[in-house]
Design a protein around this ligand. Structure first.
Ligand code: 4NP
Length: 154
């Protein structure tokens, strides 16, 4: 099973989701069965590590994002991944425009499937520290539910 998280720049939200889900999969003993990656719809930050503010906020909760490097999502990803999860509606629209007619990937908003009351992870790029903590709160909760779903699908 392969899961791809997608945001705009692949330096804040989707790298955070990648790091959190990977950590939770390890705790659940599912690291071998589920592969996690992230990408951005834009290419501005390709090759760069996650934003320092995302790295620091994640590190305080025990997630190490430092080895990640930004990449841009491609049409081939729709054949390579089983589940592609967008952080906001704009990301989802851009992914739908890129999605080939064939391809196995299921495409959805991360929070619509796994959290409930809010369906977008807000872009923290122009926010203060609180924005990065809020991103982590939403992602941690949704990832717990995603791990349960993945367990059922393996
Ligand atoms: P992300 O945040 O989509 O969560 O990685 C952003 C990062 C960079 C930019 C926008 C959003 N930017 O405009 O450069």
């Amino acid at each position: 099973m392969r899961v791809l998280f997608v945001c705009l720049g692949n330096i804040c939200r989707s790298p955070t989701a990648e790091g959190v889900l990977r950590h939770k999969l390890r705790e659940a003993g599912l690291s071998e069965q589920v592969e996690v990656a992230s990408a951005g719809t834009g290419d501005w930050h390709v090759g760069n590590p996650p934003d320092k503010r995302s790295q620091s906020a994640a590190k305080r909760r025990g997630y190490d994002l430092s080895a990640q490097r930004a990449q841009q999502v491609s049409r081939a990803d729709f054949a390579a991944y089983d589940l592609i999860l967008a952080m906001d509606n704009s990301n989802l629209r851009n992914l739908k425009a890129l999605q080939p007619a064939t391809g196995k990937a299921e495409l959805d908003l991360f929070l619509r499937r796994y959290a409930g009351e809010v369906d977008e992870v807000p872009d923290p790029y122009y926010d203060g520290e609180h924005g990065f903590e809020h991103v982590l709160d939403l992602i941690e909760r949704a990832s717990d539910l995603l791990v349960i779903e993945l367990k059922g699908r393996l």
